[in-house]
Design a protein around this ligand. Structure first.
Ligand SMILES: [Zn+2]
Length: 292
């Protein structure tokens, strides 16, 4: 039967009494096994230090026949970490090497002990993939440097003599890096990702109830229409559009800083309008053999 055993330096009286039962639920779901076979033990008050500090720390072991493996373990670890960190206040910043079991505190791509390639720290948060702060105005040169450095570690040539498991992890990691990088690079995608992390998203048919804004967009669209093949005029409109985009980007940054998610969401919808206008102008300019 699957057994999850957790030891922590958090005192027993600070551990919610229903935590073992909750863990059983998560365990059964993640392993795909009946809950009445699952056992969870939580031992509090264990003298334990993480990296020489007295911060809350925990160490866990999962035993199960079947349902374990490189890919499955990542899924189980994520589900179990979540409930443990939420319940006893342990920071989820440490991971265990899938190959040798070393408890790792560094975000390095390779294990310090056995040199096996490690899975990305957190795949659904692109900021965490690059270990960068979750904010809208992001240092783009720092992002580029981190991307290039990580990508150089994960080059397929470096894995030709490694195990299948390592080749799989490095290929998954590498494609995640590409996806995360392109999303964090483009302002609109970065804004939408940040919005998603804050628990909000934009519907496909999201409308804007702002007559002044809609008028501005309509006028700009008309001007583009009337400009026809006049490339000088199109470039002028492109500049005007860019100025609007810059203003909205500042607005979005401000709303995120104030944690006004609804206002940020509205500004992102507006940014989408300007982005599609910009695409339209640039497509016409390209057809005319002009680039801006
Ligand atoms: Zn290792």
């Amino acid at each position: 039967m699957p057994h999850f055993r957790l030891e922590t330096n958090v005192p027993q009286d600070k551990i919610p009494a229903d935590l073992p039962a909750k863990i059983c639920g998560v365990l059964a779901k993640s392993l795909g096994k009946p809950i009445n076979y699952c056992v969870a033990t939580v031992v509090g008050g264990v003298p334990m230090s993480w990296g020489g500090t007295s911060d809350p720390a925990a160490q866990a072991t999962l035993m199960s026949i079947g349902a374990l493996g490189v890919v499955q373990n990542k899924k189980h670890a994520k589900a179990l970490y979540e409930i443990v960190t939420q319940s006893i206040g342990v920071k989820p910043d440490s991971t265990v090497c899938w190959k040798c079991g070393l408890e790792r505190t560094s975000p390095r791509v390779f294990c310090e002990k056995c040199d096996a390639v490690q899975a990305p720290p957190q795949s659904d948060n692109y900021f965490k993939v690059f270990d960068m702060p979750e904010k809208f105005h992001l240092d783009q040169s720092e992002l580029r440097n981190k991307f290039r450095e990580l990508q150089s570690f994960l080059h397929p040539d470096k894995f030709s003599n490694r195990t299948d498991e390592e080749q799989t992890i490095s290929a998954e990691y590498s494609s995640l890096l590409n996806k995360a990088y392109s999303n964090l690079q483009a302002p609109l995608q970065r804004a939408e990702h940040l919005l998603k992390l804050k628990g909000e998203s934009i519907e496909e048919d999201q409308s804007v109830d702002d007559p002044k804004f809609l008028m501005t967009v309509m006028e700009l669209n008309e001007e583009v229409e009337n400009a026809g093949d006049d490339s000088a005029k199109l470039k002028e409109l492109n500049a005007k559009n860019k100025a609007e985009v810059e203003r909205i980007l500042e607005e979005i940054d401000g709303f995120f800083k104030m944690n006004d998610i609804q206002a940020a969401k509205l500004s992102i919808v507006k940014l989408k309008y300007f982005n599609s206008l910009s695409k339209r102008i640039n497509a016409t300019l390209r057809e005319l053999g002009q680039s801006d």
